[in-house]
Ligand binder design. Structure first.
Ligand SMILES: [Zn+2]
Length: 182
């Protein structure tokens, strides 16, 4: 078994975050290694979700850990069972330490595949729904700043400019996806 590695999380400004990821076609050992690395990196960074482009891999895979519900989805697609929406703070490991309100759908069904190629479905509401939308966006090169209203986006971009990254210190700070206490 290959060693599991904590990978460096790419920060906003890295072009890989703006690149549409490719569908996974090979469900072999390299994919399982990628899922392990994503899982370990997410755990170390104490995030709620992490998509492969965030560690520099242009494949449609993400992992999640929302209040202890953990998993991964390969080649995900989203369905929205209703029109409900939610507002709330959201963060991103590629924007360390920054949290801004983002409006999302409240209920989501994510369908895709496991690392072994078996169909999988994750039904999410509230934080889980937020995570599934955020991570699926990453696979299309879409970032949470794109989902903010113009006023919030302006504040976020100012915070980004003031953040002065990449800085080594960002690697040690815990920054879960939600700004809420856990
Ligand atoms: Zn993110």
């Amino acid at each position: 078994m290959a060693a599991v590695a904590v990978r460096e999380v790419r920060l906003f400004g890295d072009p890989v975050l703006r690149t549409r990821a490719d569908p996974v076609t090979d469900f072999g050992r390299p994919l399982r290694s990628l899922v392990r690395d994503l899982t370990e990196t997410l755990r170390t960074e104490r995030g709620a979700g992490l998509a492969a482009p965030q560690i520099g891999v242009g494949l449609r895979v993400f992992v999640f850990d929302v209040d202890g519900v953990r998993g991964h989805i390969v080649n995900p697609g989203l369905d929205f069972p209703d029109a409900g929406e939610q507002d709330g703070p959201e963060g991103c490991l590629s924007f360390p330490g920054l949290y801004f309100d983002v409006r999302r759908r409240r209920n989501v069904v994510a369908r895709g595949f496991t690392e072994l190629g078996d169909p999988v479905q994750v039904v999410g509401t509230a934080e889980m729904a937020r995570c599934l939308q955020h991570e699926t966006d990453h696979l299309d090169g879409v970032l949470f700043i794109d989902r903010m209203d113009p006023v919030t986006r302006k504040a976020a971009m100012k915070a980004v400019r003031d953040a002065d990254w990449p800085a080594p210190a960002v690697k040690v700070s815990p920054h879960p996806m939600s700004g809420r206490p856990r």
